[in-house]
Design a protein around this ligand. Sequence first.
Ligand SMILES: [Zn+2]
Length: 252
Amino acid sequence: MKPRLVVLLSLFAGVVSLALAADTAPAAAAKPLRALLITGGCCHDYDFQAKMLTEGLKPYGPITWTIVNEGGKTTKGQIKLYEDPQWAKPYDVVVHNECFADTNDPAYVAKIVAAHRAGTPAVVIHCAMHTYRAMTEDTWREFLGVTSRRHDHQSRYPVRPLDAAHPALAGFPSPWVSPLDELYVIDKLWPTAKALAVAKSEKDGNDYACIWTNSYHGTRVFGTTFGHSKETWSDPTFIALLAHGLHWAAGK
Ligand SMILES: [Zn+2]
């Protein structure tokens, strides 16, 4: 090997190792995010979804997960953790993926939202929009940023971003066609909420927010109504969306 080539090669190796160091240093120094996943209830495979979430988000930054999967498999159940007024204190962000449409207990739901009102960010997924649906009070829906009481049939819905520059939509393909999933009918997008993407109903032709953010008394909430099927939870675009949404929410 000619000396000049050796010098060039070692220079190149030096640049590569410097670049690698620059790339890995912040990740190594970053404190893991403390995330709580609350899940359980009717209609979906929550063990599978929890696995896809916690495994799928690994490449996006260090997260220490606590998973609470309880309340049974029906539309009526409660999570014991919420009895503690400080339940959200140890966490940087809470993911709500619980599904108890017929739980109608205003005092119970008040304890849940109080933690978010006090500043703990949240991610809300799919059936979290229909949980506590039996309640006439809007306590839970104000926190979500959307009011929904029913969903359209399962189909593959083209999703149209409205705010492609939002960090939660980083790398989001336009359009993205959802795997087989339910489209939730949004009766009301709350004034504090902002739709990031919509999908069109095949029944009434209306666009409904399917990805959004909400400012709940100043606390960040990120939501998506997709997440019914195993196909959706196996889609890298859906997982990336949850990852970016969670990190955006936790970023305050
Ligand atoms: Zn569903």
